[in-house]
Write a new protein. Structure first.
Length: 88
């Protein structure tokens, strides 16, 4: 039986390019806050809304990864035991 190529409607939609991630945590957080404000405004067209949501999800993951990396480095520097901070 010959193989029937799948129709475009049955293949998964391609993931849109979310662009490069910001170089710093602060830049990523600022862009994420701007996207949230735009999404909450309710003024974006549907197609742009979806793209902005996907970009926001990518930025959120990037920021979380950077925070986790810093936390892991702190744990290593503190020899695996985080000490409570005491205000002086």
């Amino acid at each position: 039986m010959p193989k029937v190529p799948s129709s475009p409607a049955s293949s998964p939609a391609p993931t849109p390019d979310t662009g490069p991630m910001p170089v710093s945590y602060e830049a990523g957080l600022q862009e994420l806050e701007q996207l949230v404000a735009e999404l909450e405004s309710g003024q974006l067209p549907l197609d742009q809304l979806l793209g902005s949501y996907q970009r926001g999800a990518a930025l959120l993951a990037c920021c979380r990864d950077r925070l986790q990396a810093v936390e892991d480095q702190i744990k290593v520097l503190d020899a695996g035991s985080l000490k409570p901070w005491a205000a002086e």
